[in-house]
Design a protein around this ligand. Structure first.
Ligand code: NAD
Ligand code: TYD
Length: 345
């Protein structure tokens, strides 16, 4: 029989791709999507699932205890994506990050704890975290990568709040026996990413004839993973991951921001005069790189959709083709969709 998932943050970039991925690859499963529609939550990301009996959207906050208890009660497992996710916003104001990422996760854990039996277990709780909790790697040591044993060393308010939530998940497993698993993933790219993150921001700026703001010297390195590879990895961990474990997920695809920017410019037929060097991000982590050998060894997962240049070209083309989607996001128009779609119900 199919499983019923409670997915949090399913109207965001990765959550919406995950809901679609699950319903495509596990056709007898169903999903309840709990999302408060913060600035990055967009119902249009899953407009194709409206009317699908396997899919239910609930507008609500993961800090709402009563609602969360009711939804956890009805599901077989929780996959938790909802978060404040952008480093630059956390530098401007860290409070929503603590409120959603720490308190929101605690609220979900507390609801899940109520279903733990005497021998532990209960409903499986997959907590989607980030490689940013490990801090920053030096550029001159390409041999170093983050493993699951790397100590947490957070540098931004965003990563600090994610690490806080990771520690709570570990505590609920250890203390109450909750069947919880943590995933830590590198930078994602793909369709439906909010155009404040570097790839959709740069592509959409170039379409609009604007320059692309490159922070600092552009030498910072990120390990890029296609969102569908991430979704497949999360589903694998949900189905096969060992309780209480952490699994790193990465693309084995390290690129400097300069390399990324030139690749985007080339795909779009633009010259390097479109680069606008700007002041560096405060506390900017130099390099992230994931050692994903544990998930490969234990669960047999490896990325198959992330190889450049093809995967990057496909993503750039998605934004070129779907101008209506991101123009509505950039103009704020996408927020009206909820009223049109649900206002009269
Ligand atoms: P996103 O900002 O695109 O989506 C976040 C979603 O959570 C939005 O739909 C938003 O409305 C919802 N949300 C926010 N606060 C909420 C609340 N209090 N209650 C209910 N819903 C709420 O983020 P994303 O890029 O899709 O990231 C999803 C998860 O993956 C996050 O936990 C993030 O830390 C993690 N992650 C992201 C990346 C990446 O490259 N984007 C990499 C590794 C890990
Ligand atoms: P981002 O997409 O914000 O992801 P993260 O900070 O979580 O890794 O940024 C990716 C890289 O791109 C990061 O090194 C910062 C850099 N960057 C720019 O150079 N300019 C920009 O306008 C943005 C948003 C990011």
């Amino acid at each position: 029989m199919g499983r019923h998932l409670l997915v949090t943050g399913g109207c965001g970039f990765i959550g919406s791709n995950f809901v679609r991925f699950v319903l495509t690859h596990r056709p007898d499963w169903s999903v309840t999507n709990l999302d408060c529609l913060s600035y990055s939550g967009n119902l249009e990301n899953l407009a194709d699932l409206e009317g699908d009996a396997r899919y239910e959207f609930v507008r609500g906050d993961i800090r709402d205890r009563e609602l969360v208890e009711k939804l956890v009660e009805r599901c077989d497992a929780v996959v938790h994506f909802a978060a404040e996710s952008h480093v630059d916003r956390s530098i401007m104001d860290s409070r929503p990050f603590v409120e959603t990422n720490v308190l929101g996760t605690q609220t979900l854990l507390e609801a899940a704890r109520k279903h733990v039996g005497e021998g532990g277990g209960g409903k499986r709780f997959v907590h989607v975290s980030t490689d940013e909790v490990y801090g920053s790697l030096p550029l001159d040591r390409p041999d170093l990568k983050f493993t699951e044993a790397t100590p947490l060393h957070t540098n931004s308010p965003y990563s600090a709040s994610k690490a806080g939530s990771d520690l709570l998940v570990g505590a609920y497993h250890h203390t109450f026996g909750l069947d919880a698993v943590i995933t830590r993933c590198s930078n994602n790219f793909g369709p439906y990413q909010f155009p404040e993150k570097v790839i959709p921001l740069f592509v959409t700026n170039l379409i609009e004839g604007k320059k692309v703001p490159l922070y600092g010297d552009g030498k910072n390195v990120r390990d890029w993973l296609h969102v569908d590879d991430h979704c497949e990895a999360v589903l694998t961990v949900l189905e096969k991951g060992r309780s209480g474990e952490v699994y790193n997920i990465g693309g084995n695809n390290e690129r400097s921001n300069l390399e990324l920017t030139h690749a985007i410019l080339q795909i779009m037929g633009k010259g390097s005069q479109m680069i606008q060097p700007v002041a560096d991000r405060l506390g900017h982590d130099r390099r992230y790189a994931i050692d994903a050998s544990k998930i490969r060894r234990e669960l047999g997962w490896a990325p198959t959709r992330s190889a450049w240049p093809r995967a990057l070209e496909q993503t750039v083309q998605w934004y070129v083709k779907n101008t209506r989607w991101w123009q509505r996001v950039k103009s704020g128009e996408y927020r009206r969709y909820y009223e049109q779609q649900y206002g009269k119900r």
